[in-house]
Design a protein around this ligand. Structure first.
Ligand code: GLU
Length: 293
């Protein structure tokens, strides 16, 4: 039991229902559960389905089925209900966008991918890659408010981007605590002006994750270290929106024999295929390297 003053960990596993879970997801879920369980904390499951085109209800059902199976025989295994499904909470993301808009850190972006590529080539700049492709060269940042509004009124499709420089001016320098790396300086500039609301869906990964972790009271974000760099953006959004900053634990990623990161397209290592091949949950847990139970 936690003593007085000792904060219980609230962790989460937040898969996107765009395919069956593989061994790496299993490891991530077990790690997040263990990080909460060690201190008698709370473990949450969140379905990140804002990508309407790729998310499928059958994959969401598969996530529940696979995770239930994976934890069989593990004392205390399970997550809190109700499970939060992002597509049910668009109003929470709209409220956050409104606050950011009022702070003057958002601007509409009408660019297509082609526009962005052409501008990078025109400027002769190397297309630095952020996690979502080349870093946005800022084409729409300088559009006058009235002119932008005319284009919005004329129903021109647009995304909303975060003016990262302006945002950092407001917040000043920021840091976050990473369980393995210690104190990390937030440098959202690495990603350029990220999209917070897409043209097709009025939120984005960065915004939805930051808002949800806050609303769900997550204080220990446990996820793979492929998302380490995304935390720069999340820390900045937390500061702008007045949210507490969780501690971060970016765990190592599982790789195949060739050292390549496991991906959803590798069918052979999905939890479902391992189950169908006759593996037991305990055997699969051992395959991930998870030590408990
Ligand atoms: N939904 C993301 C994914 O499946 C994970 C988000 C997170 O843990 O922050 O990769």
């Amino acid at each position: 039991m936690a003593g007085p003053g000792l904060k219980l960990s609230v962790t989460r596993f937040a898969p996107s229902p765009t395919g069956r879970l593989h061994l790496g997801h299993g490891f991530s879920a077990l790690t997040a559960w263990d990080a909460a369980g060690n201190q008698n904390g709370r473990f949450l499951l969140r379905i990140e389905d804002i990508d309407g085109g790729r998310s499928k209800p059958e994959f969401e059902a598969g996530i529940i089925e696979d995770l239930t199976w994976l934890g069989e025989g593990l004392t205390g295994w399970g997550w809190e209900e109700p499970v939060r499904r992002q597509s049910d909470h668009m109003e929470d993301y709209a409220a956050a966008l409104l606050r950011l808009k009022e702070m003057g850190v958002l601007y509409p972006c009408f660019c297509t991918r082609g526009d962005i590529r052409a501008e990078i080539e025109r400027a002769g700049a190397a297309p630095h890659r952020g996690e979502e492709g080349p870093i946005y060269p800022g084409l729409c940042r300088g559009i006058e408010k009235a002119a932008a509004q005319d284009r919005i009124d004329a129903s021109q499709p647009h995304a909303l981007r975060l003016d990262v420089e302006r945002a950092h001016e407001i917040t000043g320098p920021l840091t976050w605590r990473d369980v393995e790396k210690g104190e990390v300086k937030a440098a959202a500039q690495l990603h350029g002006d990220v999209v917070l609301a897409r043209k097709d869906v009025k939120t984005s990964y960065h915004l939805a994750v930051t808002v949800d972790d806050h609303l769900q009271g997550v204080n220990l974000v446990t996820r793979g270290d492929d998302l380490f760099a995304a935390t720069h953006v999340h820390r900045l959004l937390q500061a702008l929106l007045g949210f507490d900053t969780p501690t971060y634990f970016h765990h190592h990623l599982l790789t195949d024999e060739a050292g390549k990161r496991l991906a959803k397209r590798d069918r052979s290592i999905t939890l479902k295929s391992l189950r169908e091949a006759g593996k037991t949950p305990a055997e699969v847990r051992a395959m991930t390297g998870f030590k408990r139970g």
